[in-house]
Design a protein around this ligand. Structure first.
Ligand SMILES: [Zn+2]
Length: 285
């Protein structure tokens, strides 16, 4: 498959550099599990020979714990390793997609199978690639909704995927359910990038809904296009008022708080002038 790549690691043969606490493959995970979950209580002989009754009780309970632990281990081994969810948010031009692609490349370099999904609503760079503002590029699946991913990829191919990257996640209405299912039940590492706020600084789509599900949240900043300070917000430079208006630097600019407020005032004033001149034109028609 075009969107899935598997590369042998040269960085670290055993662990991912991004998630060092987890072994990189399912087989390694199970080996890790059986190593770290040894029923140590079996190896602790009861040393107090003067307490025969206690000794026999302890032996009974230790054998009980041994069998229980073995059973638990067997049950654990039959489950896939638990997944993770990492969220990257920020305004436009903050490097969210670049950060997502770098993390995906690290995972791929560690020997994990990766897949990237983006919204089919975003056609700025074609539908077969995720492209960053600074020119990084990666093949992807362009989908209308995330629930179709498993079916489009095929069940077998889906099971082979270790890491799923989701770009422009604010456009997916089923983001919460997909992430929960993928991480909790399917053992996937899900890395999500998108806008936390729209041009009015209101929550965009359902990306904020997944924060309670997430292992980590990273908020990136851009540079204010007017003063060069850190930019937290996205200012729409045009008069359109619909929430979803896909565009680049021709429509949006990253701004600091001060220039967001003054910019909004200027855009609002321009909109009013435009509306009143349209009204006047209409009254003469
Ligand atoms: Zn500024």
């Amino acid at each position: 498959m075009l969107a899935i790549s598997r590369m042998k690691t040269v960085l670290n043969p055993k662990f991912s550099p991004l998630f060092p606490h987890l072994p990189k493959t399912k087989a390694a995970y199970f080996a890790h599990l059986s190593r770290t979950s040894e029923p140590t209580i079996c190896n602790n002989p009861i040393r107090n020979a003067n307490h025969i009754h206690r000794k026999s009780t302890s032996l009974l309970s230790s054998s009980f714990f041994c069998s229980t632990q073995k059973r638990n281990l067997q049950m654990e081994a039959s489950r896939p390793p638990s997944g993770e969810i990492h969220v990257i948010v920020g305004p436009m031009f903050a490097g969210k997609t670049s950060t997502l692609l770098r993390r995906i490349q690290l995972e791929s370099g560690s020997g994990r199978s990766v897949a990237i999904i983006k919204s089919s609503k975003d056609t700025r760079y074609g539908l077969d690639s995720v492209v960053t503002h600074d020119g990084m590029k990666s093949p992807c699946w362009a989908l209308k909704n995330l629930s179709s991913f498993k079916q489009k990829l095929g069940i077998e191919a889906y099971e082979q995927v270790d890491v799923i990257g989701i770009d422009e996640a604010q456009f997916f209405e089923d983001l919460y359910d997909f992430c929960r299912e993928a991480a909790d039940h399917d053992g996937k590492i899900v890395i999500v990038a998108g806008l936390d706020g729209n041009y009015l600084r209101k929550s965009f789509g359902s990306i904020l809904d997944i924060i309670p599900l997430a292992d980590s949240v990273t908020k990136l900043t851009a540079r204010c296009e007017i003063c060069g300070k850190r930019a937290f917000f996205t200012l729409r430079k045009t008069e359109e008022t619909q929430v979803e208006l896909i565009g680049g630097a021709d429509v949006y600019m990253p701004v600091c708080r001060h220039h967001y407020v003054s910019g909004q005032v200027a855009v609002e004033a321009a909109r009013h002038v435009l509306e009143s001149s349209n009204l006047e034109c209409g009254s003469y028609a």
